[in-house]
Design a protein around this ligand. Structure first.
Ligand code: ADP
Ligand code: MG
Length: 223
């Protein structure tokens, strides 16, 4: 399994009590598997992705990312694991307003200490793979919402992650563009052998996934 969460408990302080966001959650995603997590707002879906992304260390349980046990890892190790093995796509594309499409991707390679020449080739390949050929020199305000989300996805893949985590990728898009983004994620997952987890409210998106896990009050149930 490329991504594995075992018996994960995550609580947040909530006044003089604690709120249990993840209640003994298990999740296993294999290479090339497109998994969806569905559930109401506030049920713990984004918290699950934050734990899988090594952004939050849970109170209890084990997290394995790309074969590395991150449970006991230092903050520096977790940052390196995240940078080299995890692609993260949030709801809003959060692109840098002053950068071109190509440069949004090159920043990622630069952060990972990769040589710019090889990175430019990879960035152009990825932009072609997400259907953005010819948009390399556009800035975010010159792109549609769907195109910005495609840049976001290509950027997440820049450092060749094994795990791709996607939070509500279609919520800012109309139905047709949303469907196209989910189809793109499904294709990339298969082609690149990614272990992909997509949180979604969009029931139409579920037609293209391999597994659907349901979250309710921090409890994750499996198919
Ligand atoms: P979802 O993504 O399914 O909407 P979240 O994971 O964002 O759910 O939130 C799960 C629960 O944890 C909610 O009750 C939310 O209010 C709470 N929560 C999320 N993040 C924090 C935080 N940083 N501090 C305190 N409570 C939080
Ligand atoms: Mg959320």
């Amino acid at each position: 399994m490329t991504l594995k969460l075992a018996d994960v408990v995550l609580t947040y302080p909530d006044g003089d009590r604690t709120l249990t966001a993840l209640d003994h959650a298990d999740l296993a995603v294999a290479p090339g598997e497109f998994a969806a997590v569905v559930g109401p707002s506030g049920s713990g879906k984004s918290s699950l992705l934050a734990v899988a992304a090594t952004l939050i260390t849970p109170d209890a349980g084990a997290v394995t990312v790309a074969g590395r046990d991150v449970s006991g890892a230092s903050a520096a190790e977790r940052t390196r694991i995240r940078r080299d093995h995890v692609g993260i796509v949030f709801q809003q594309a959060n692109l840098l307003a002053s950068l071109t499409t190509l440069d949004q991707l090159l920043v990622m390679a630069d952060l990972a200490g990769r040589p710019p020449r090889a990175a430019a080739g990879r960035a152009r390949e990825l932009l072609a793979a997400v259907g953005l050929e010819g948009k390399e020199h556009k800035r975010p305000h010159q792109l549609s919402g769907g195109e910005r989300q495609r840049v976001n996805i290509a950027r997440a893949l820049m450092n060749s992650p094994e795990v791709l985590l996607v939070d509500e990728p279609t919520s800012a898009l109309d139905h047709t563009r949303g469907e196209a983004v989910v189809a793109l994620l499904a294709g990339l997952t298969r082609e690149k052998g990614l272990a992909t987890v997509m949180v979604t409210h969009d029931l139409a998106a579920l037609a293209l996934v391999d597994t659907v896990h349901t979250m309710a009050d921090g409890v994750l149930t499996h198919p």
